[in-house]
Design a binder for this molecule. Structure first.
Ligand SMILES: [Zn+2]
Length: 65
């Protein structure tokens, strides 16, 4: 009973020819990560969200009525 392996890059079922990856592309991605020395779990969007989009500009108009 062979356990189904999944591609460590994208999680799709692995392909025999590219074990343990699903495609050459994912194998290249993995290789490239090792080569660049930054083998980390891919983060989601790690950038802090810009806050203050709804901030109303604090005008100091000189409005004499
Ligand atoms: Zn993959």
């Amino acid at each position: 009973m062979a356990a189904e392996r999944k591609c460590p890059i994208c999680g799709k079922p692995s392909v025999e020819a590219f074990k343990p990856f699903c495609s050459k592309r994912c194998a290249d991605v993995d290789l490239n990560r090792w080569l660049t020395g930054s083998y980390v779990i891919p983060a989601r969007d790690d950038e802090p969200a810009a806050e203050g989009d709804n901030v109303v500009p604090d005008y100091d108009e000189d409005d004499n009525i």
